[in-house]
Design a protein around this ligand. Structure first.
Ligand code: GDG
Length: 473
């Protein structure tokens, strides 16, 4: 049986002896893939060490071997908080005004990718497939090729790929384009992302389109395709079925009495449009005064990247908007917006999704957005709720029956909330059914299988040894 090597920025090594994979994220997405392959999972341990070792710490858990590296404080500051999260993240999400580029951060980003490639190269065997995840690791394939690695190397980009007009504002843009083109297979979430990247490679690097998503870039062939990531639909439905037993879910539902629930669940990130959504809810209560006291909006928003200044600012902005709305609209017996920054177990989320008449998923820009899919999967098949979804989320392409909105227009979002609350059951069912059927067909196993089948095709390609490796021999 051949081996699949997954590389991702953050790797959560399960406790020794535990059979459970971590809830959510890539771990769930790759569960099935790891039954078809022996697995090696490589990346950052999540730990910061003054003097990190240059070889990985290895742990074997069932069929998967984990190999993790610590980062130095400088690496963490420059590679992770700096270039990845203050330059690439905002630019990939079309937020030029929030981007903070520095040459030192970019040098740190390249350095960590080089260190990771050197540590990983020693673990690679002929026949391994290598699948790298996300924007932290764009240069990894170039580094591995430079070390003589000839295995198929694929990349999946979980966030949007913007148009050249936006991407090329990044000072390192052309180097990154060259680096991403070193992957055999580049997976993106949507056709729009595929178009943006392919077009930019043609415009900036004179890439030659070969048809079928393949391009010749600087004499090497790469393939760019969309693979919209899915969720474990059946798992979410079952979790929602069982969630009535859960204390937090029961207490929340009892506390609502006859009130209707709107729900939002997001990492606290400016791409998710949390303050803008609260303002739309405020607008809804302003235009529908009869609904005051009858509707509650619950926003769950676990904090993330708190060391990055733009996230601290966002947290202050949300607190201010929330305080103003609750202070001016609320009553001793009714708080319009309930806001919690704690993370809840997946089972609780599933139960709360089911209890909510409306799922509000209104990111300003999002690669896919799994919450939109989870909300749909968790609904009661006899009485489903309504999804209000940003047209700038990748998920909108697969969920056109949702109420699609422009999150920058709070009046439009407020009107969609009203339409969702008043929607008759027959229409709710008519919209929900095709969505859940599509999500069940294009679920997370389908996503991993489709990607890996395509990456397998690169096994047969004969590669020239790289100049650097030749010279070293
Ligand atoms: C990136 C892209 C793309 C949230 N709060 C809790 C919790 N969550 C879970 C959700 C969902 C996940 O986190 C968030 O996924 P998203 O897709 O919404 O967003 P990102 O984290 O930004 O992910 C995104 C994704 O990669 C996959 O490719 O869809 O576009 O930005 O699963 O349920 N989970 C638990 N407690 C919480 O309080 N357990």
């Amino acid at each position: 049986m051949s081996r699949l090597i997954i590389v991702s920025n953050r790797v959560a090594v399960p406790e020794a002896g535990s059979k459970a994979v971590a809830a959510g994220g890539l771990a769930v997405a790759l569960k099935e893939a790891f039954t078809a392959y022996r697995g090696l999972w490589f990346g950052w341990s999540g730990k910061i060490a003054e003097q990190p070792a240059d070889t990985p710490t290895i742990a074997d858990r069932g069929r998967v071997r984990y190999a993790v590296m610590d980062l130095s404080p400088q690496d963490h500051r420059e590679y992770y908080s700096g270039f990845a999260n203050r330059a690439l993240w905002p630019i990939m999400h079309y937020r030029l005004g929030l981007a903070a580029y520095s040459r030192a951060d970019y040098a740190g980003y390249q350095r960590v990718n080089r260190i990771f490639a050197q540590a990983l190269a020693g673990l690679i065997e002929p026949g391994d497939l290598i699948w790298v995840h996300d924007y932290h690791l764009i240069p990894l394939a170039s580094e591995l090729r430079g070390l003589g690695v000839a295995n198929p190397i694929g990349y999946f980009h979980h966030i949007p790929w913007p148009s050249g007009e936006v991407f090329n504002t990044l000072p390192a843009s052309n180097e990154l384009l060259r680096a991403v083109a070193d992957y055999d297979l580049i997976g993106l979430q949507t056709e729009c992302d595929v178009h943006n990247l392919s077009r930019n490679l043609v415009d900036e690097l004179r890439a030659i389109p070969l048809g079928g998503g393949s391009l010749m870039v600087d004499g090497r062939r790469t393939r760019i395709r969309s693979f919209p990531i899915g969720i474990d639909v059946e798992g979410f439905r079952q979790a929602a079925d069982r969630a009535g037993m859960n204390r937090t879910v029961r207490d929340t539902v009892a506390g609502l009495r006859t009130r209707k629930l709107l729900i939002g669940v997001d990492r606290l990130d400016y791409s998710k449009g949390v303050p803008e959504r609260m303002e739309a809810v405020d607008r809804f209560f302003a235009s529908n005064p009869d609904q005051r006291g009858n509707v509650v909006f619950l926003q769950i928003a676990p904090k993330s990247r708190t060391e990055v200044p733009e996230y601290e600012q966002l947290s202050r902005d949300v607190n201010e908007v929330l305080g103003n709305i609750n202070g001016s609209l609320g009553e001793p017996s009714w708080t319009p917006i309930q806001y919690v920054t704690k993370a809840y177990p997946r089972a609780v989320l599933a139960g709360l999704y089911r209890a909510a008449r409306v799922g509000l998923v209104t990111p300003m820009r999002d690669g896919m957005n799994l919450v939109a899919k989870e909300y749909v999967a968790a609904q009661n098949e006899e009485d489903p709720g309504v999804l209000v979804l940003s047209k700038f989320a990748g998920a909108a392409r697969q969920l056109p029956e949702a109420l699609l909105v422009n999150p920058y227009d709070r009046f439009e979002v407020a009107e969609a909330i009203r339409a969702a609350l008043y929607m008759p059951k027959a229409e709710r069912l008519e919209r929900w059914k095709p969505m859940v059927e599509r999500l069940a067909r294009e679920d997370v196993d389908w996503w991993a299988r489709t990607y890996l089948t395509e990456l397998e095709a690169f096994r047969t390609i004969e590669r020239e040894p790289p100049a650097a490796a030749e010279a070293a021999q």
